[in-house]
Design a protein around this ligand. Structure first.
Ligand SMILES: Nc1ncnc2c1ncn2[C@@H]1O[C@H](COP(=O)(O)OP(=O)(O)OP(=O)(O)O)[C@@H](O)[C@H]1O
Ligand SMILES: [Mg+2]
Length: 506
């Protein structure tokens, strides 16, 4: 049931403190939610956003503070209690179960184990309905979730949140794994929900999204509320950035460096194909050059990088580095030639959760730190520390287990792994996903510096402004084909968007 008065907060969090061993993640946070609003929660990586919403979701117990629902203090002892109070949550780390079907995942919180046959059939039916509402009739409720892409998993997580008759739906960086079309679908659903009086708490590092969908903003910094209930329409972006970072970071891209005429081609890809996924992709990337691949999720962008890297076996075409041809489908051959790939799903692809941060950063370069069979841990730690500092990793120490870092800081640590490497060819899939505005600028500058030092860089990003701002040249990919190639200076966001969408509706 939704309360009528849209001006009275129905949900309040007051003075929330959360202490972990060795970290005071929340240090007195206030939050107030109105019915039918989109309330944006902003803050840098590690500010405490996810911790706060886990307290609201019953996944963490607060050390201090209280939560009021309709003015009455409530105790959210566990996730089931949160749902009973009308709080549904989509977590930042997708918490879907790979071995279960889509419908089973959606109805996980509904005690499926006690469901009879007819209830299961009902679960499948209503899952199908919710997926349709989300614009995803093509996802079958009986499909195993492990077979879905990250975006697909996010959609399942969204369907689950919608399956509860919630008064507030919390979304922790839902757009991080979605492309612009998916984000459009998400926003359409958010508008339907809020029109029906449901509140949405929305977390994102993309400030353009906040402008588009948000009503009010609460800003966290170092575990405290530093600004509350700011109307989106009256709050300039510079003010938000200053509140979040304590300084006025410019959200800018580094200047492109003019390529010297004789800059050699380092990466040469010709007619590369992967049957059923992409076909006839050719590109030449010179030393010092950054090439961007723009396209929707599912257009084949990531697969192109993975095939260049040899992790997928090309069905046609060739890859050369410095004029030497690589063995088809051989990662070893790619690595020998100096290719590095920072994959899209960095977390699932190689994060050692219980190992310290420095070990995670230096993993791919292990051999460099081994002297006569012994690991030189000090050198290893020093290299990691240097890279972590340049990416503004928080907290700054590199000895704690990586599991205890915030989502965005884990991403930064994984990116640091590839930047320590010193590659000839750097393939970066969504390098700034989940990373806050301050650190983004650092990452862009770092990528440009690596190019200036002679690397050939290929970047995939769902954010078209990022591709255009960072890269020298862009390849637009639609349905597995290159539909445009040219300098980023001579094309704008809308033109790219048109090309990207054209193929997808055909
Ligand atoms: N289980 C834990 N043990 C120790 N410290 C933790 C734990 N979980 C979170 N922290 C710390 O609490 C702080 C807040 O983390 P949180 O995940 O809430 O940040 P966030 O605002 O969601 O950041 P991001 O934008 O990167 O997702 C960070 O300093 C983090 O390292
Ligand atoms: Mg988080």
């Amino acid at each position: 049931m939704v309360r009528a008065d849209p001006h009275q907060p129905f949900l309040q969090m007051q003075g929330i403190v959360k202490v972990f061993p060795g970290a005071r993640a929340l240090d007195g946070v206030d939050l107030e939610i109105l019915p039918g609003e989109v309330h944006c929660l902003l803050g840098q990586n590690g500010a405490g956003k996810s911790t706060l919403i886990k307290v609201l979701a019953g996944a963490h117990q607060p050390t201090e503070g209280q939560i009021l629902l309709d003015g009455e203090p409530i105790n959210i002892s566990d996730p089931v209690a949160a749902l009973r109070h009308g709080v549904a949550t989509m977590y930042q780390e997708l918490d879907v179960v790979d071995g279960l079907t889509v419908a089973e995942n959606v109805y996980l919180g509904h005690e499926l184990s006690t469901m009879g046959f007819s209830q299961r059939r009902e679960a499948v039916r209503s899952t199908r309905e919710i997926l349709k509402r989300l614009g995803h009739s093509e996802i079958s409720p009986s499909k195993e979730v492990g077979n879905l892409s990250a975006a697909g998993k996010q959609i399942v997580s969204m369907a689950r949140a919608l399956s509860h008759d919630a008064r507030v739906i919390v979304m922790d960086e839902p757009s991080a794994v979605l492309d612009s079309e998916e984000v459009g679908n998400l926003f359409r659903v958010v508008k339907e929900l809020t029109a029906a009086g449901v509140a949405v708490v929305y977390i994102s590092h993309r400030l353009e999204e906040i402008r588009e969908i948000g009503d009010r903003i609460t800003v966290l910094k170092d575990g405290r509320t530093v600004a509350q209930n700011l109307p989106v329409s009256e709050t300039p972006t510079v003010k938000l950035i200053t509140l979040m970072t304590g300084r006025s970071v410019e959200y800018v891209f580094p200047d492109a460096t003019e390529l010297p005429d004789g800059a050699p081609v380092v990466l040469d890809v010709a007619g590369l194909s992967l049957r059923g996924t992409f076909a006839d992709v050719s590109m030449q990337v010179r030393a010092g050059e950054i090439v961007g691949l723009a396209g929707l999720v599912g257009s084949g962008r990531s697969e192109i990088l993975e095939t260049v890297y040899g992790a997928r076996r090309a069905t046609a075409g060739r890859v050369e580095v410095d004029g030497r041809r690589l063995r088809v489908g051989s990662v070893a051959s790619a690595v020998d030639a100096g290719i590095g790939l920072a994959p899209e799903e960095r977390k699932s692809q190689g994060l050692l959760l219980d190992e310290p941060v420095y070990r995670n950063v230096t993993l791919s370069t292990f051999s460099r730190f081994a002297k006569g069979g012994f690991l030189d841990e000090r050198a290893e730690r020093r290299a990691a520390k240097e890279q972590a500092d340049s990416l503004e990793l928080r907290p700054t120490g590199v000895d704690r287990p990586i599991r205890t870092l915030s989502g965005g800081n884990q991403q930064k640590a994984m990116l640091a792994r590839w930047l320590v490497h010193g590659c000839r060819v750097l393939l970066l899939d969504e390098p700034t996903r989940g990373v806050d505005v301050g650190a983004r600028a650092e990452i862009y500058a770092l990528i440009r510096r690596l190019a200036d030092e002679g690397a050939a860089v290929v970047v995939v990003s769902s954010e078209i402004p990022e591709v255009l701002g960072l890269a020298d040249r862009v390849l637009v990919i639609s349905e597995g084909r290159v539909v445009h190639e040219g300098p980023t200076a001579s094309i704008d966001e809308h033109q790219v968007l048109d090309m990207v969408m054209e193929g997808s509706v055909a």
